[in-house]
Design a protein around this ligand. Structure first.
Ligand code: PGA
Length: 253
Protein backbone atom coordinates (compact mmCIF):
# COMPACT_ATOMS: atom_id res chain seq x y z
CA UNK A 1 0.00 0.00 0.00
CA UNK A 2 1.48 3.31 -0.98
CA UNK A 3 1.67 6.23 1.41
CA UNK A 4 0.98 8.74 -1.34
CA UNK A 5 -1.99 10.95 -0.52
CA UNK A 6 -4.53 11.08 -3.34
CA UNK A 7 -5.09 14.41 -5.10
CA UNK A 8 -8.39 15.31 -6.70
CA UNK A 9 -7.88 18.34 -8.93
CA UNK A 10 -10.66 20.03 -10.86
CA UNK A 11 -9.71 21.76 -14.09
CA UNK A 12 -12.37 24.37 -14.70
CA UNK A 13 -10.83 25.44 -18.02
CA UNK A 14 -12.42 28.67 -19.36
CA UNK A 15 -15.42 28.41 -17.05
CA UNK A 16 -16.05 30.59 -14.05
CA UNK A 17 -16.77 34.26 -13.54
CA UNK A 18 -15.85 35.60 -10.12
CA UNK A 19 -19.46 35.24 -8.96
CA UNK A 20 -19.69 31.65 -10.20
CA UNK A 21 -16.34 30.81 -8.62
CA UNK A 22 -17.36 32.14 -5.23
CA UNK A 23 -20.65 30.29 -5.37
CA UNK A 24 -19.14 26.96 -6.42
CA UNK A 25 -16.43 27.14 -3.76
CA UNK A 26 -19.01 28.01 -1.09
CA UNK A 27 -20.90 24.86 -2.08
CA UNK A 28 -17.77 22.72 -2.08
CA UNK A 29 -16.14 23.73 1.20
CA UNK A 30 -18.58 22.19 3.70
CA UNK A 31 -18.61 19.00 1.64
CA UNK A 32 -14.83 18.50 1.66
CA UNK A 33 -14.29 19.72 5.22
CA UNK A 34 -13.79 16.22 6.60
CA UNK A 35 -12.01 14.75 3.56
CA UNK A 36 -8.54 15.12 5.00
CA UNK A 37 -7.40 11.86 3.45
CA UNK A 38 -7.48 13.62 0.06
CA UNK A 39 -5.67 16.72 -1.25
CA UNK A 40 -8.08 19.02 -3.07
CA UNK A 41 -7.31 21.51 -5.82
CA UNK A 42 -9.16 23.57 -8.40
CA UNK A 43 -7.50 25.13 -11.45
CA UNK A 44 -9.43 28.30 -12.24
CA UNK A 45 -9.21 31.09 -14.84
CA UNK A 46 -6.74 33.89 -14.08
CA UNK A 47 -9.46 36.48 -13.43
CA UNK A 48 -11.07 34.29 -10.75
CA UNK A 49 -7.84 33.34 -8.94
CA UNK A 50 -7.93 36.09 -6.34
CA UNK A 51 -11.58 35.43 -5.51
CA UNK A 52 -10.92 31.69 -5.34
CA UNK A 53 -7.94 32.16 -3.02
CA UNK A 54 -9.97 34.43 -0.74
CA UNK A 55 -12.96 32.07 -0.72
CA UNK A 56 -10.83 28.99 -0.01
CA UNK A 57 -8.51 30.53 2.59
CA UNK A 58 -8.19 28.34 5.69
CA UNK A 59 -9.90 25.38 4.03
CA UNK A 60 -8.60 22.11 2.56
CA UNK A 61 -9.02 23.49 -0.97
CA UNK A 62 -5.93 24.64 -2.88
CA UNK A 63 -6.17 27.05 -5.79
CA UNK A 64 -4.10 26.56 -8.95
CA UNK A 65 -3.65 28.53 -12.16
CA UNK A 66 -3.99 26.80 -15.53
CA UNK A 67 -0.79 28.09 -17.13
CA UNK A 68 2.23 30.27 -16.43
CA UNK A 69 5.21 31.80 -18.20
CA UNK A 70 8.69 30.62 -17.22
CA UNK A 71 10.20 34.10 -16.96
CA UNK A 72 10.08 36.43 -13.96
CA UNK A 73 8.94 39.41 -16.03
CA UNK A 74 9.62 40.94 -19.42
CA UNK A 75 8.17 41.70 -22.82
CA UNK A 76 5.77 38.76 -22.94
CA UNK A 77 2.39 40.27 -23.73
CA UNK A 78 -0.51 38.34 -22.30
CA UNK A 79 1.59 36.16 -19.99
CA UNK A 80 1.66 35.68 -16.21
CA UNK A 81 4.71 34.74 -14.12
CA UNK A 82 5.07 32.44 -11.12
CA UNK A 83 5.74 35.44 -8.88
CA UNK A 84 2.49 37.05 -9.96
CA UNK A 85 0.66 33.90 -8.91
CA UNK A 86 2.36 33.54 -5.53
CA UNK A 87 1.81 37.23 -4.83
CA UNK A 88 -1.91 36.51 -4.57
CA UNK A 89 -1.34 33.24 -2.66
CA UNK A 90 -2.09 30.87 -5.51
CA UNK A 91 -0.71 27.49 -4.43
CA UNK A 92 -0.07 25.68 -7.68
CA UNK A 93 -0.19 25.58 -11.43
CA UNK A 94 -1.32 23.17 -14.12
CA UNK A 95 1.29 22.94 -16.87
CA UNK A 96 1.24 21.38 -20.32
CA UNK A 97 -2.46 20.59 -20.51
CA UNK A 98 -3.22 19.01 -23.88
CA UNK A 99 -5.45 21.94 -24.82
CA UNK A 100 -2.50 24.29 -24.26
CA UNK A 101 -0.33 21.97 -26.33
CA UNK A 102 -2.74 21.40 -29.23
CA UNK A 103 -4.52 24.77 -29.42
CA UNK A 104 -1.92 27.25 -28.16
CA UNK A 105 1.41 25.81 -29.23
CA UNK A 106 2.73 24.80 -25.79
CA UNK A 107 5.94 22.83 -26.31
CA UNK A 108 7.98 20.38 -24.27
CA UNK A 109 10.84 22.85 -24.71
CA UNK A 110 8.91 25.57 -22.88
CA UNK A 111 7.70 23.12 -20.23
CA UNK A 112 11.30 22.18 -19.52
CA UNK A 113 11.67 25.74 -18.19
CA UNK A 114 8.19 26.23 -16.76
CA UNK A 115 8.28 23.22 -14.42
CA UNK A 116 11.44 24.23 -12.50
CA UNK A 117 10.40 27.91 -12.54
CA UNK A 118 7.12 27.01 -10.86
CA UNK A 119 8.79 24.74 -8.29
CA UNK A 120 11.41 27.38 -7.48
CA UNK A 121 8.65 29.91 -6.85
CA UNK A 122 7.04 27.53 -4.35
CA UNK A 123 4.14 26.48 -6.55
CA UNK A 124 2.84 22.94 -6.64
CA UNK A 125 3.00 21.60 -10.18
CA UNK A 126 0.72 19.29 -12.12
CA UNK A 127 2.46 18.43 -15.39
CA UNK A 128 0.07 16.95 -17.96
CA UNK A 129 1.19 14.30 -20.44
CA UNK A 130 -0.68 12.01 -22.79
CA UNK A 131 -0.87 10.55 -26.26
CA UNK A 132 -3.28 11.36 -29.08
CA UNK A 133 -5.51 8.73 -30.60
CA UNK A 134 -3.24 8.43 -33.66
CA UNK A 135 -0.20 7.96 -31.46
CA UNK A 136 -1.94 5.18 -29.53
CA UNK A 137 -3.10 3.46 -32.71
CA UNK A 138 0.41 3.64 -34.16
CA UNK A 139 1.95 2.13 -31.06
CA UNK A 140 3.62 5.42 -30.15
CA UNK A 141 2.11 5.92 -26.68
CA UNK A 142 5.28 5.11 -24.74
CA UNK A 143 7.51 7.09 -27.06
CA UNK A 144 5.26 10.12 -26.64
CA UNK A 145 5.05 9.81 -22.86
CA UNK A 146 8.81 9.27 -22.59
CA UNK A 147 9.46 12.45 -24.52
CA UNK A 148 6.99 14.55 -22.53
CA UNK A 149 8.08 13.28 -19.12
CA UNK A 150 11.82 13.33 -19.76
CA UNK A 151 11.79 16.80 -21.21
CA UNK A 152 9.38 18.27 -18.64
CA UNK A 153 11.48 16.92 -15.77
CA UNK A 154 14.90 17.51 -17.31
CA UNK A 155 15.83 20.60 -15.32
CA UNK A 156 14.24 19.49 -12.05
CA UNK A 157 16.92 18.30 -9.61
CA UNK A 158 16.51 14.68 -8.48
CA UNK A 159 15.83 15.69 -4.88
CA UNK A 160 12.78 17.71 -5.95
CA UNK A 161 11.26 15.25 -8.43
CA UNK A 162 9.13 13.64 -5.73
CA UNK A 163 7.22 16.89 -5.15
CA UNK A 164 5.77 16.82 -8.64
CA UNK A 165 2.37 15.64 -9.73
CA UNK A 166 2.13 14.20 -13.24
CA UNK A 167 -1.31 13.82 -14.81
CA UNK A 168 -1.60 11.13 -17.45
CA UNK A 169 -4.41 12.26 -19.74
CA UNK A 170 -4.94 10.35 -22.98
CA UNK A 171 -5.94 13.15 -25.34
CA UNK A 172 -8.66 11.00 -26.90
CA UNK A 173 -10.37 10.70 -23.51
CA UNK A 174 -10.47 14.41 -22.66
CA UNK A 175 -13.96 15.84 -22.85
CA UNK A 176 -15.09 12.97 -25.07
CA UNK A 177 -16.83 10.67 -22.60
CA UNK A 178 -14.41 7.93 -23.67
CA UNK A 179 -12.31 6.61 -20.82
CA UNK A 180 -9.13 4.58 -20.86
CA UNK A 181 -9.76 1.01 -19.76
CA UNK A 182 -8.32 0.20 -16.34
CA UNK A 183 -5.57 -1.80 -18.08
CA UNK A 184 -4.67 1.04 -20.46
CA UNK A 185 -4.66 3.53 -17.60
CA UNK A 186 -2.61 1.37 -15.24
CA UNK A 187 -0.03 0.58 -17.95
CA UNK A 188 0.45 4.25 -18.75
CA UNK A 189 0.47 5.39 -15.11
CA UNK A 190 3.07 2.74 -14.24
CA UNK A 191 5.10 3.71 -17.30
CA UNK A 192 5.12 7.36 -16.21
CA UNK A 193 6.28 6.33 -12.73
CA UNK A 194 9.00 4.15 -14.26
CA UNK A 195 10.24 7.15 -16.24
CA UNK A 196 10.63 9.05 -12.97
CA UNK A 197 12.43 6.00 -11.51
CA UNK A 198 14.94 6.23 -14.37
CA UNK A 199 15.93 9.58 -12.85
CA UNK A 200 15.54 8.69 -9.17
CA UNK A 201 14.04 5.58 -7.55
CA UNK A 202 13.01 7.26 -4.30
CA UNK A 203 11.30 10.10 -6.17
CA UNK A 204 9.28 7.60 -8.18
CA UNK A 205 7.77 6.30 -4.94
CA UNK A 206 6.79 9.83 -3.90
CA UNK A 207 5.67 11.37 -7.17
CA UNK A 208 1.92 11.37 -7.57
CA UNK A 209 0.56 10.25 -10.92
CA UNK A 210 -3.05 11.16 -11.70
CA UNK A 211 -5.43 9.86 -14.33
CA UNK A 212 -7.41 12.41 -16.34
CA UNK A 213 -9.89 12.10 -19.19
CA UNK A 214 -13.64 11.77 -18.69
CA UNK A 215 -13.34 10.74 -15.06
CA UNK A 216 -16.89 10.72 -13.67
CA UNK A 217 -18.60 9.43 -10.52
CA UNK A 218 -19.45 6.13 -12.23
CA UNK A 219 -15.90 5.26 -13.32
CA UNK A 220 -13.84 7.00 -10.64
CA UNK A 221 -13.69 4.22 -8.07
CA UNK A 222 -12.25 1.73 -10.54
CA UNK A 223 -9.62 4.17 -11.85
CA UNK A 224 -8.68 5.51 -8.42
CA UNK A 225 -8.14 1.96 -7.15
CA UNK A 226 -5.42 1.24 -9.73
CA UNK A 227 -2.06 0.57 -8.05
CA UNK A 228 -0.31 3.51 -9.73
CA UNK A 229 -3.21 5.97 -9.66
CA UNK A 230 -2.78 8.69 -7.05
CA UNK A 231 -5.85 10.72 -7.92
CA UNK A 232 -7.62 12.42 -10.77
CA UNK A 233 -7.55 15.54 -12.93
CA UNK A 234 -11.17 16.22 -13.69
CA UNK A 235 -12.54 18.63 -16.27
CA UNK A 236 -16.26 18.54 -17.04
CA UNK A 237 -17.35 16.79 -13.85
CA UNK A 238 -15.49 19.34 -11.69
CA UNK A 239 -18.00 22.04 -12.67
CA UNK A 240 -20.77 20.10 -10.95
CA UNK A 241 -20.31 20.08 -7.20
CA UNK A 242 -22.27 16.85 -6.69
CA UNK A 243 -20.10 15.07 -9.25
CA UNK A 244 -16.74 16.26 -7.93
CA UNK A 245 -17.77 15.36 -4.38
CA UNK A 246 -18.81 11.89 -5.55
CA UNK A 247 -15.34 11.49 -7.07
CA UNK A 248 -13.69 12.64 -3.82
CA UNK A 249 -15.83 10.08 -2.00
CA UNK A 250 -14.56 7.38 -4.38
CA UNK A 251 -11.03 7.91 -3.01
CA UNK A 252 -10.75 5.22 -0.41
CA UNK A 253 -6.98 4.93 -0.13
P1 PGA B 1 -12.54 15.92 -18.83
O1 PGA B 1 -11.23 16.86 -18.87
O2 PGA B 1 -12.64 15.37 -17.43
O3 PGA B 1 -13.66 16.84 -19.17
O4 PGA B 1 -12.33 14.84 -19.84
C1 PGA B 1 -10.04 16.46 -18.25
C2 PGA B 1 -9.00 17.53 -18.45
O5 PGA B 1 -9.01 18.18 -19.49
O6 PGA B 1 -8.15 17.75 -17.57
Amino acid sequence: MSSRKPLIAGNWKMHGTIAETEERIAQMLPRIATSEHVDHAICVPFTALQAAVDSARGSLLNVYAQNMHEGENGAFTGEISAGMLTEIDVQGVLLGHSERRSLFGETDKALKLKVPAALNAGLQVILCVGETEDERENGDTERRLRHQVQEGLEKVPAERLGELVIAYEPVWAIGTGRVATPEQAQDALAFVRALVADRDKAAAEQVRVLYGGSMKPDNAAELLALPDCDGGLIGGASLDVDQIIAIVDACTR
